[in-house]
Write a protein that binds this ligand. Structure first.
Ligand code: 13P
Ligand code: SF4
Length: 348
């Protein structure tokens, strides 16, 4: 066996140890030695390129497991990855996620070259409103504090007073002094904020724009009721991008990071994850003793990421893969994210 063969074999074994429990694979792959051996040349090449170029790879939990566990340096939800981007000292940040996440990384780490593997990796929420749309709403409600969910474009952030993530949205909105909040772009999350404020006894008017997440909007109350009838003891875990009707039926509602923590620390025979399937894949790796019943859905944007695109973007990024922002816009957008970090300095 040549040294190269030995290196490939060791890499395949490393990948197998990480991925062997993944059953919820977006492409229906079985993670055995052969599957791992087939991608080993790519993961080795990417990890070599990272060192050569002083690059790090941030991976959202929804991207394919071989990216997260094969080449990722940091994995998690939007809050955690934004914090990692802000603290990063690497020359290059590759963001395996979607465009608004890479844009947020560039806002927070302006000196780094921030790369998005596929420029088409949008987000139905971020794409639902632009800065002009927010300006029009602000003209209608001039007294409102503008809160943007992080799933928004840089020009929307530039119009906002404070940014929130799925992990801190309830606490931040509840503690704002304003009586009226303009919340963009997620209408369903705004509904969930209203319910939570009511539960906490906080009086505030929440006005929202009309975006929804094409993944989370699809889960239904009927689905939850049917699953509970079929699986006694089931725990239902939902993301706050789900409808208020679904969230009301869940045992736990939180960011993808909080959902993972809940599953890892909860004893139950089955879990129904009302979120993107990538999170189930992560839990199969990190909590292989837990049982998940079907129900999760794929985000077509997150699934545009691939090892090949990460490799190509690292080796020689095309101009469309490099995130650029007008400096004035970037500074204005940074303001609302810095405000978020001031209000929630650590992940919840
Ligand atoms: P998290 O920040 O909870 O990971 O959410 C990001 C997202 O896009 C959910 O659809
Ligand atoms: Fe956007 Fe929904 Fe995909 Fe998250 S899952 S990136 S909110 S479209």
């Amino acid at each position: 066996m040549t040294p190269i063969d030995r290196e490939l074999e060791a890499e395949a074994e490393r990948l197998l140890r990480a991925l062997m429990h993944v059953e919820c694979d977006p492409r229906g792959r079985k993670w055995n030695y052969e599957t791992c051996r087939a991608i080993a040349p790519l993961t080795l090449e990417i990890n070599r390129l990272k060192k050569e170029k002083d690059a790090i790879i941030l991976t959202h939990s929804y991207v394919e497991p071989e990216i997260i566990y094969g080449v990722g340096d940091f994995k998690g939800d939007s809050y955690y990855l934004s914090l990692m981007a802000k603290q990063a000292r690497a020359k290059i940040i590759v963001f395996a996620g979607v465009v608004f996440m890479a844009e947020t990384a560039k806002i927070l780490s302006p000196d780094a070259t921030v790369i998005v593997p596929d420029r088409g990796s949008g987000c139905s929420l971020a794409d639902s409103i632009d800065g002009d749309g927010v300006r029009k709403l602000k003209a209608l409600y001039p007294d409102a504090t503008v809160v943007c969910y992080i799933n928004s474009t840089a020009d929307v952030k530039a119009e906002s007073d404070v940014c929130v993530t799925s992990g801190n949205v309830y606490d931040i909105v509840a503690h704002l002094p304003a009586a009226r909040v303009l919340f963009v772009p997620d209408r369903l999350m705004a509904d969930n904020v209203r319910s939570e404020l009511k539960r906490r006894g906080v009086a505030k008017e929440i006005i929202s724009s009309d975006g929804t997440c094409l993944v989370h909007d699809e889960f239904t109350a009927e689905q939850v009721v049917a699953a509970r009838a079929q699986f006694p003891g089931l725990k239902v875990v939902a993301h706050p991008e789900c409808t208020a009707e679904v969230a009301a039926l869940a045992d736990f509602v939180g960011s993808t990071g909080a959902m993972m923590k809940y599953v890892k620390t909860t004893n139950a025979p089955y879990f129904l994850m009302l979120t993107e399937c990538g999170l189930v894949g992560r839990l199969e790796v990190e909590a292989p003793e837990k049982n998940f019943i079907g129900g999760c859905r794929l985000c077509p944007y997150m699934k545009l990421n691939s090892l090949e695109k990460v490799r190509d973007a690292l080796a020689a990024p095309r101009s469309d893969q490099i995130v650029t922002l007008d400096e004035n816009l970037r500074r204005r957008a940074a303001h609302c994210i810095e405000k978020m970090f001031e209000l929630t300095p650590t992940a919840t």
